[in-house]
Every structure is written in C-alpha cells, then in structure tokens.
Design a protein around this ligand. Structure first.
Ligand SMILES: [Zn+2]
Length: 140
C-alpha cells in the first residue's frame, strides 16, 4: 500500500526558505502531524539546530529538541511524523549517510536539494522495510 503525504504548499515553501538561508550548511527540522493507516498529514514544522560535527555535509537533529517535542505532543493525537533536511549543492535524494541513519519504520523524510542560485527541489520519502521509498507530495 502506498503511504500518502499531505504537505500544504506553505510548509514546502518554509522548508525551501530554510534550506536557502542555512546554505551552505544543511538545515534540519521535525514535522508535526497526524497519522492514520493511509499516511500522514503535516501540520507544523519545527526547525531544529543542526548539531552535526560537519553541518555542510551532514545533519543531526538536536536530540534534546526531539525529545522535548515528542513529550509536548504526548496525548494530543499529534506526533512527529517525519523530518526534513537540505542537501546543499546536491540532489534531493537520500545519501548513504541518510540510509545509515534511518531507523524508524514509516518515518517520512523530506529532502531539499539545490542551492540559492538555482533554488531548491523538495522530494519526499518514507522509510519502510529497510529502505527509502519515494512519496508523492500532495499539497493540501
Ligand atoms: Zn541527507
């Protein structure tokens, strides 16, 4: 079954803007949303500090921020449905590092590849059965 991702255009634009001003470093953040058996609906983005040792080629979401957000969503019906990050001067495709770092089944990954000159392209993936699968972004 194909998992769906509803991501309003305003949130896509926020991620692309974030990717632009983090350049040449990678931006990153968490996606708050609702999940049901058909997929997820993104509601809010939470920009998170990239604490990677080399933020030009890697991203690492501040674990304390991740924990705080997960705790604040407990009991609300909302959850952290995925994450986003950018690939400065690279394609919006999962890197070897992304594959090595992915673990959570059904977690959505949004990747913005590009640079401020030609702008960024956003692509979505879901990690399932040990690999990333491409997901079509539905902008409503
Ligand atoms: Zn990446």
């Amino acid at each position: 079954m194909t998992l769906r991702l509803h991501l309003p255009a305003a949130l896509t634009n926020t991620i692309l803007t974030h990717a632009g001003w983090a350049y040449p470093k990678e931006c990153c953040g968490l996606i708050e949303g609702l999940r049901d058996e058909s997929g997820v609906r993104a509601l809010l983005l939470h920009e998170v500090r990239n604490v990677a040792a080399d933020p030009r080629t890697h991203f690492e979401i501040d674990p304390a921020a991740h924990f705080r957000l997960a705790r604040s969503l407990r009991g609300t019906g909302r959850e952290i449905v995925g994450c986003y990050h950018s690939h400065p001067d690279a394609l919006a495709e999962p890197s070897a590092t992304d594959r090595a770092g992915a673990a959570e089944e059904g977690f959505f990954w949004l990747i913005a590849g590009g640079n401020p000159q030609s702008w960024f392209t956003l692509k979505a993936y879901v990690f399932t059965d040990g690999d990333f699968r491409s997901v079509v972004i539905e902008d409503r």
